[in-house]
Design a protein around this ligand. Sequence first.
Ligand code: UGA
Length: 444
Amino acid sequence: MRISVIGCGYLGAVHAACMAELGHDVVGLDVDSAKIEKLARGVAPFHEEGLPELLERHVCKGLRFTTDPAEIADAQIHFIGVGTPQRQGHIAADMSYVDAAIATIIEHARTDDGPVLVAGKSTVPVGTAQRLSERLAGSGKQLLLAWNPEFLREGHAVADTLTPDRIVYGLPDDHDVGHVAKALLDECYAKPLAAGTPLIVANYPTAELVKVAANSFLATKISFINAMAELCDATGGDVTRLAEAIGHDDRIGSKFLQAGIGFGGGCLPKDIRAFMARAGELGVDQALTFLREVDAINLRRRDAAVELAEQAVQGRLVGKKVAVLGITFKPDTDDLRDSPALDIATRLWARGAELSIVDPAAGPELRRRRPDLSVPDTVDEAARGADVVMLLTPWREFLELDPAALITKVNTPNIIDGRNVLDPQRWAEAGWNYVGMGRRVSTW
Ligand code: UGA
């Protein structure tokens, strides 16, 4: 099929490349000329496993990238993959990029040969699809709308797109129109559907809600275990054992029960806030007041990490050297959006700590943004002379560190395990003062 993808960020660029991998003829459109210039050369503008290979395979064949909206004209499906960030000074989502994408499609899409589908992938406040479909209906062109939320995780985005665990279509109430939209999406996703991917067909609001409900559930699960970490800290318990034990119950499951410095990134934090804002507009704010608590628990984790660093140096961070291992919001990405690690590091710096930050992917970007910070290439360099080492993003190479070797580099052997991923016993035996989040070194 001929496909356009509007917005070539973490979502859109991966979606465009994966659609080409599924055999479609794809054009990706973005207003950011630097990003498009890289993509058009087959270079990934951000760190995402598998994306460079897909770009190399398809750019100049079934995959093009452009800043010229006229080039999307012939697509049979226009996917909207632009961002919906938190609005400045507000908890609601900024919808200006989605609205601009719709305007671009209305202006440039060619519908002389029959109906053309607009498929929304961005995370939007419930009610958006209905509003946009009315705009499309009034455009004078045969433009149909479906909402087709995306569930990809950064770091696994290519695999999540090519072999998703489910596909959701939000279709218009008019069944005849809905069938045309469904047939186009079925053709587009023929491969994953033939492979048995579950398909859920629903109306617009359900499809929009599925996305924010999923992210809210994940955020709630993380904040739940972080609340248990607070209880463990108050009582001497170990939250990692607690999570392991409750996770064996199939109804609970062990995933997303990793306590630590909490969730961040471009999705979970802003999605739960935008969901609360929308519930307020709909007059059902009480249904989501628990998300305020989820957000508050999450933000308290950052305070807790700063306090642990302070305690490790007897309350005075001024002039103390803190080595920060990991600055992205999670491993396998270079994304710094709402990163708990970056927030904690910035607060330590504001309290007078001397920071040395190492990250396998975000080092160059961090040096560009913060030339005043020391951002060495290796853990050894970062740890040299440190009074506290803080592991804040669980990159694999940090999990494999040898505590006996690292201790020879530091000034004082304080290790704060912000993600509860190190073996406390092993680090303690090597001579470190190990501090986890809701977890202490115990004989059991
Ligand atoms: C999230 C969802 O997982 C995706 O399904 C969704 O498509 C995406 O948002 C989106 O809306 O686009 P992502 O932002 O890539 O994906 O990150 P997650 O893997 O969900 O992790 C979010 C944060 O939670 C990270 O900071 C991670 O370190 C933290 N986390 C995760 C924990 O603190 N504990 C856990 O047990 C799991």
